[in-house]
Ligand binder design. Structure first.
Ligand SMILES: NC(=O)c1ccc[n+]([C@@H]2O[C@H](COP(=O)([O-])OP(=O)(O)OC[C@H]3O[C@@H](n4cnc5c(N)ncnc54)[C@H](O)[C@@H]3O)[C@@H](O)[C@H]2O)c1
Length: 437
């Protein structure tokens, strides 16, 4: 079985590597020659636990290849996975031109039955458009080749991506023909061998909608709890206990109800915006999602606002330390992270900024040249007037507080993920603020 994966980012690289691990012959194609070159030499362009080792093993064993040449990448394949990122157009709608170009190339290159699998998150109806483009190309060539277009949205979470691929909660397959369904069954059979995992077969439009609805539901839970947390602060309630009281209700469950300084990454913010846009273009006002987005925009400023509330209006020349830059632990992805908003606000306010993140500091050096990147988490707090915690990396969970206190100029901790114990910190002489208490 031969698979080509177009787009070698998070989703593409994880999907390609995992299929190779299952014995499939995989070629990953990307338009970024630098990325492909680095991959050929074994350098992972992103941080994802265990991915590098698995990738290099599969390269060595001859099942995983990297290409910039689509002609090579598409030769003699049974499946083409489209896993590229999509950019919004000027009007905010998703620019589908790159996906349609890949569909065209597919239509020009296939010589026998092949399945085109859309894994990128795309507006409802995209699979239908892709099918039309491929049909047109094949008709132009005057050949008779069969194909199917399948919507197979991705639900991976960065930092847990290999497990999410190998042991998914469910696999959603939107497909319009029995032949396409059988092709996907063949492909995923190995993953489903030893479990009762759900495979949801449906039409392509419903599959496309499932992806948006699932992401939006999670983002809604987060924004909802952040709003409740902010109200807890005002009325004197404790969000940590409220969260337990809410999450132990079996109808609700404990996941995605942790208050914090806002969600980030590409998924939540982008999918919410896309779905609002899909609503708008169908004259349907997505009121809940607009509020979810607005609450999140506000929440990303919360650490800065707490800092201002503590020091009064002027933060000029204050030294502020930050632990964590990535939008969540176990990834170097800073896209749409609360740290970006915080870094911008602190810079604007004239602060000296010192940061530490185990893997996400390179992007910071490029965009905020004046920011000091610590050698380790303790180096980052040297001389600081406040320490902000933005990402709950494991190594930040039980710091040597006596060392932190000794290094800081002023012992103020603002915990954007509610991971510390207020009583413990206050007993050690810190002033401690968190979210929703
Ligand atoms: N990252 C996630 O956690 C996640 C989870 C589920 C779904 N998704 C969705 O999957 C898609 C990909 O996300 P990602 O995070 O992997 O993106 P990414 O930015 O990490 O990777 C995208 C890759 O596609 C390449 N690319 C762009 N245009 C191309 C083209 N025309 N031809 C070949 N390569 C091209 C880029 O160079 C890049 O390497 C998006 O639609 C995203 O919404 C992402």
């Amino acid at each position: 079985m031969n698979i080509s994966i177009v787009g070698t980012g998070y989703v593409g690289l994880v999907t390609g590597t995992c299929f190779a691990e299952l014995g499939v012959n995989v070629t990953c194609v990307d338009i970024d020659p630098l990325k492909i070159n680095r991959l050929i030499y074994g350098a992972l362009p992103l941080y994802e636990p265990n991915l590098g080792t698995m990738m290099n093993r599969n390269v060595e064993e001859g099942r995983l290849h990297f290409e910039t040449d689509f002609a090579q990448g598409f030769s003699d394949v049974d499946y083409v996975f489209c896993t590229i990122d999509t950019e919004p157009d000027e009007d905010g709608s998703t620019n589908l031109a790159p996906i349609m170009n890949i569909a065209k190339t597919f239509g020009q290159r296939i010589f026998h039955y092949c399945t085109f699998v859309l894994k990128s998150t795309v507006p409802v109806g995209t699979a239908t458009k892709v099918r039309q483009v491929i049909e047109d190309e094949i008709a132009q060539r005057g050949v008779d080749v069969d194909f199917d277009v399948v919507s197979n949205p991705d639900f991976l979470t960065e930092g847990n991506a290999i497990k999410d691929f190998m042991k998914p909660d469910r696999i959603v397959i939107g497909v319009e023909t029995e032949r396409g369904r059988e092709a996907m069954q063949r492909l995923y059979r190995t993953i489903l061998l030893h479990s009762n995992r759900y495979v949801i077969y449906t039409d392509t439009r419903t599959a496309e909608m499932i992806k948006y609805a699932a992401t939006s539901m999670l983002a809604t839970r987060v924004s909802f709890m952040n709003e409740i947390a902010n109200l807890c602060e005002i009325v004197g309630a404790d969000i940590n206990v409220v969260r337990q009281g809410v999450g132990t209700d079996s109808r609700i469950g404990p996941k995605y109800i942790y208050p914090g300084c806002g969600y980030g990454g590409t998924l939540f913010p982008q999918d919410i915006k896309d779905l609002i846009k899909i609503g708008d273009s169908n004259n349907f006002d997505m009121q809940v999602l607009k509020a979810v987005d607005q609450v999140n925009v506000r929440q990303k400023r919360i650490l800065f606002n707490k800092l201002k509330a503590h020091f009064g209006d002027s933060l000029k020349d204050k030294t502020i330390a930050m632990w964590g830059l990535s939008f969540k632990p176990e990834t170097d992805d800073m896209r749409e992270a609360p740290s970006i908003v915080t870094l911008d606000l602190l810079t604007e306010a004239g602060c000296d900024i010192r940061v530490y993140d185990p893997v996400a500091m390179n992007a910071t050096k490029l965009r905020w040249g004046q920011v000091y990147c610590g050698i380790d988490m303790y180096d980052a707090v040297r001389g600081a007037d406040a320490l902000l915690l933005l990402t709950e990396w494991r190594q930040f969970r039980i710091p040597a507080w006596d060392r932190v206190k000794e290094l800081m100029r002023n012992p103020l901790i603002i915990d954007g993920r509610n991971i510390y114990d207020a009583a413990e910190l206050e007993a050690q002489g810190f002033t401690y603020h968190c979210i929703g208490r």
